[in-house]
Ligand binder design. Sequence first.
Ligand SMILES: Cc1cc2nc3c(=O)[nH]c(=O)nc-3n(C[C@H](O)[C@H](O)[C@H](O)COP(=O)(O)OP(=O)(O)OC[C@H]3O[C@@H](n4cnc5c(N)ncnc54)[C@H](O)[C@@H]3O)c2cc1C
Length: 455
Amino acid sequence: MQRSMRALSLYPHIPDDVLARIGPRPSVFPKSADVVIVGGGIMGSAAAYYLAKAGVDVVLVEKDKVAAQQSGRNWGFVRTQYRDPAELPLAVEALSLWPTLEQELGSQLAWRRTGCIFLAQSEAELEQFEQWLNLTCYIATDARMLSGREVAALMPALRVKAAGALYTRSDGQAEPGLATTAFARAAESLGAQILEDCGALAIDASAGAITGVLTEHGFIRSNMVICAAGAHSHRLLGKLDLFLPQQVVRSTVSLTSPAPMISEACFCGYGLGLRQRPDGSCIVAAESLSDVDLTLDSMRSARYFIPELLRNWRTFSFRFGRPFIDDLHRRLTLPKERLALEPRRPLIAPNRKRAANNVGLFHGLFGGAHDVAIVKSWAGQIDVLPDALPVIDTPAAVRGLIVATGFSGHGFGLGPAVGKNVATLAMGATPNDALKPLRLERFALGEYGRSHAPL
Ligand SMILES: Cc1cc2nc3c(=O)[nH]c(=O)nc-3n(C[C@H](O)[C@H](O)[C@H](O)COP(=O)(O)OP(=O)(O)OC[C@H]3O[C@@H](n4cnc5c(N)ncnc54)[C@H](O)[C@@H]3O)c2cc1C
């Protein structure tokens, strides 16, 4: 154990280690901007970068720190593999951007093209992967099925005999916090203003058109606003009478001490998600198990999620306790206008039991991993939509508003392409065909399908 810990060099542990202030706050608070972005996750930060690169005057407001939420807490998979066909064009576009980003942004992102492997535990699972491959082979050109023998050759440390696997060699991985802050820093160096600790109280509109953003430090006039506020987007959109059926689930992740070589590729199988870093340490998590902390917000759009809950009830654990009480307390004690940004810095507790189970699973799956221990665990709040597809849209009801939210647990890899597309929209382009399935009104019109994989 001591020996392993000494070898733990690596990139900053996520999420808290990367949360350094991006730059000093400007001495004069901006009164106006061509575009205001709400949210300093990977979507907002990448959009800020592409806008600043095009010479647009852009301000990003973040209630906490850049990368403080999902974009600094995730597993770091960058995959096209097994995505819903509706978001595959974006995933393919993103994968074409990732390899040159370190050079372009001038920062280390720990990007590596290591592949992605999803193990099939049963013939039924194998058949699901084959169906996906048949449906998407026109665009997921690098994905292929592996036989059990090929899996064993690719992953000699694996102790179980898989029925086969889905494998995409060209998929990759990056460090979430590094990538997100790299976008924000590059945007700033090109003239964007990144205001951390600056929450948006409301996106303001008049006569059906955007007029600016009211922040806790003042009003920023603009006729173009991008709402990329992750799990809190529904609150800001609600004030504009736009309904987003968004729910939040809590997902626990752990970082282990260095292990012998287990998998070059990002790995999912037998209930475990795993990404091994260059120093051998692993990011481990349950493949699709999450906790649902019940609050008054959870009731808001519950009916949209009932079909998914009934189908996959085993993957959710409902918790009633501290988060409910805290939420109620905030609602009773805080001025209503502050609720869009509270809790400013949520305490998101990891599920210790789940973390221990994951490591147990890890030990069982991989030979030589018996002395690997958890270094730290954390959790992230995933913003989910009923079909597990995001909204990337310019809703007709509010001219000048762009929404990029609801990435349902798999937005990190898409980030560069989303930022680029959203920046293009903000510069006046009409949504392209790839964005059509992602429009907001699909929920109000009932024109959405089942989620492609469990939420
Ligand atoms: C545990 C976990 C594992 C995951 N694994 C992967 C993976 O391997 N691969 C993958 O592709 N995706 C993964 N994801 C999903 C991915 O992290 C998200 O889809 C993506 O980061 C979403 O980015 P975002 O910018 O939309 O949201 P966020 O990163 O959540 O950013 C939104 C920001 O808005 C800010 N904000 C909210 N309200 C306000 C306000 N009123 N004013 C100002 N700012 C505000 C928040 O503080 C936050 O920083 C995972 C997510 C989690 C939690």
